[in-house]
Design a protein around this ligand. Structure first.
Ligand code: EPZ
Length: 420
């Protein structure tokens, strides 16, 4: 398993291009199952999770050619309906194909997901939404077996705001007979971009961008092309990298509009942030970082996926920070590893009380999930001496060429091929 080896303390100067959004790409790939034909996706990030979803589509009968940041997808013969356990268990978002399979074939057999290592992550809202649309669901040896001949429009309210459940149920609703009203739909940009893409395919969704969507079911949809939007979580992670090191970096091909809460928090931490239409410039040239109080919440509030990266900033701030995750109460596996670098953190349920220290000291640390991994890389950028971040296959799920992007702006970071 590969590791990243870092030596901290180097200021970052220059430009970093932001890649396409992993979490926007995955639901759009699932949506290609809804209409047979050819799709051209561009600005697609070269990530392990995108390859996993592409492999799942191939298992379902699609043909996919990847060249650079472009995917050519042909779902003309995507006639299979089973998403197998040994693939779905590696990536929770695989479960998103359930709604598209029901929308296209009226039946599906999808393994219950596994996904990240922290805590239980139920799919009850996905299943309740499908049942509301007339699907009959049974559980068979860890698989959800669904049939809906036909899907029927209905009114359904999500008990809590769920990105995946909103995406999954929406992909079934666009083919349900009659009118569907979905209430309390997640506002995350990835749900909005999916809804816009479905309309480009011929769906009839109104209220996009709001909590309530009205969908007039259609008998068929057509393929469409798509350009992936910038990855807002990668952008926020690189903002933290500047805070950990000093320096000045311009993040290009970015979308500041999706990061209002994050930019506000970065400024509170003492970073100088200026924005343009498609760029964000972050500067931290002098003085200590200021402590921050972060509480994660659903969009447009501060995202849980940047909880761990911003905790890295807090470890070296001049004071005490409070980091609360209201989305995932147990998403703190990075804390134990930060201790190894000299961080001072006290856990109180889902609140991390972080007392800034004058400096971190390099050490070997272990990645446990995608965002915890990048938190450790960020800490390594500041730590004195050498830090080895092990098991970076977690990182490769969601950050494209991270070590290349960081070394190009001056970081001392390299990948070490590990044993298998
Ligand atoms: C999406 O996961 C993202 N993944 C996650 O990013 C992100 O952390 C999460 O949304 C929250 O923003 C993708 O977009 C591929 P949810 P998802 O359903 O859809 C509970 C990353 O790092 N819930 O919005 O799985 C759930 O337990 C990944 O890129 C139910 O109770 O998240 C959680 O507490 C990690 N029942 C809350 O809702 C359900 O049926 C929000 O989860 C579904 C969810």
């Amino acid at each position: 398993m590969d590791s990243l080896i870092l030596r901290g303390g180097r200021p970052l100067e220059g430009e970093i291009p932001i890649s396409g959004s992993k979490n926007a790409t995955l639901p759009l790939l699932a949506a290609t199952l809804l209409a047979p034909g050819f799709y051209r996706f561009t600005n697609v990030p070269q990530l392990k999770d995108v390859r996993t979803m592409s492999n799942l589509l191939r298992i379902l009968g699609a043909k996919i050619d990847e060249s650079g940041h472009e995917l050519l997808i042909d779902t003309s013969h995507a006639s299979h309906i089973e998403a197998p356990y040994d693939l779905v268990k590696t990536m929770r978002a695989s479960f998103y194909v359930l709604g598209a399979l029901l929308g296209r074939h009226g039946e599906a057999r999808v393994s219950l997901p596994g996904g990240c290592a922290w805590g239980p992550r139920p799919v009850d809202l996905h299943l309740k939404g499908m049942e509301a649309l007339g699907a009959t669901l049974t559980l068979d040896q860890g698989y959800v077996v669904a049939s809906a001949l036909p899907l029927k429009g209905a009114t359904f309210e999500f008990g809590i705001s769920s990105v995946g459940a909103s995406a999954n149920v929406l992909m079934a609703a666009v083919r349900a007979e009659g009118t569907t009203v979905l209430k309390n739909v997640a506002l995350e940009p990835e749900v909005t971009s999916l809804a816009l893409f479905l309309n480009k395919m011929g769906a009839r969704i109104s209220g996009i961008g709001g909590r309530d969507l009205t969908i007039q079911g259609v008998a068929e949809l057509q393929p469409a092309d798509a350009v992936m939007s910038p990855d807002r979580i990668e952008t926020g992670s690189f903002m933290c990298a500047v805070g950990m090191t000093k320096g000045k970096v311009k993040l290009t091909h970015a979308d500041p509009q999706q990061l209002t809460a994050v930019i506000e928090k970065a400024r509170q931490a003492g970073l100088t942030v200026s924005v343009g239409a498609d760029w964000i410039s972050v500067e931290h040239s002098h003085g200590k970082l200021r402590p921050i109080d972060v509480t994660t919440d659903v969009y447009p509030n501060f995202p849980t996926d940047l909880q761990a990266p911003f905790m890295a900033l807090a470890t070296i701030a001049d004071g005490v920070s409070h980091i609360t995750d209201t989305i995932y109460a147990d998403r703190f596996t990075h804390v134990a590893e930060l201790f190894r670098l000299g961080a001072q953190i006290h856990m109180d349920n889902n609140i991390a009380v972080v007392t800034g220290v004058p400096k971190l000291t390099g050490a070997p640390v272990m990645s446990t999930d995608l965002r915890a991994s990048v938190c450790l890389v960020l800490a390594g950028l500041a730590a004195e001496g050498e830090t080895e971040v092990k098991r970076v296959y977690h990182l490769d799920r969601g950050y494209e060429k991270l070590e290349e992007k960081l070394s190009r702006v001056g970081a001392d970071i390299r990948r070490a091929e590990g044993d298998l």
